[in-house]
Design a protein around this ligand. Structure first.
Ligand SMILES: [Zn+2]
Length: 105
């Protein structure tokens, strides 16, 4: 039995994910608490500008990969531009690039 540091419930070890760094080899919070926390973290990350750009970049990159296109825009490039550009404009620009690739092939 182990105490969850988040919900303060004493639960069986099977309710905890294993962790090399955690106490007794398990994470401090139970599986359901960890899941909630991970989701909250992801949501927060996605809400942030950086997370949003990373998300877009990942999508574009996977699209480019599917079409065997070289995609040389990197995250730093995009973040530098995003200081000046609105995200919507950035997105539209990237979509235009993707569309142009479609026409070229
Ligand atoms: Zn818990």
């Amino acid at each position: 039995m182990k105490l969850c540091s988040v919900c303060n419930m004493v639960l069986k070890f099977e309710h905890f994910s294993k962790s090399k760094t955690g106490h007794l080899g398990y994470q401090a919070s139970c599986k359901s608490c960890s899941q909630i926390r991970r989701k909250a973290y992801n949501d927060k990350r996605m809400m942030s500008k950086e997370g949003h750009i990373r998300n877009i970049l990942t999508k574009i990159k996977s699209r480019a990969k599917l079409k065997n296109l070289a995609f040389d825009l990197d995250f730093e490039y995009l973040t530098n531009y995003s200081f000046k550009l609105d995200l919507k404009i950035l997105w539209l620009t990237l979509m235009k690039v993707a569309q142009r690739d479609n026409i070229a092939h």
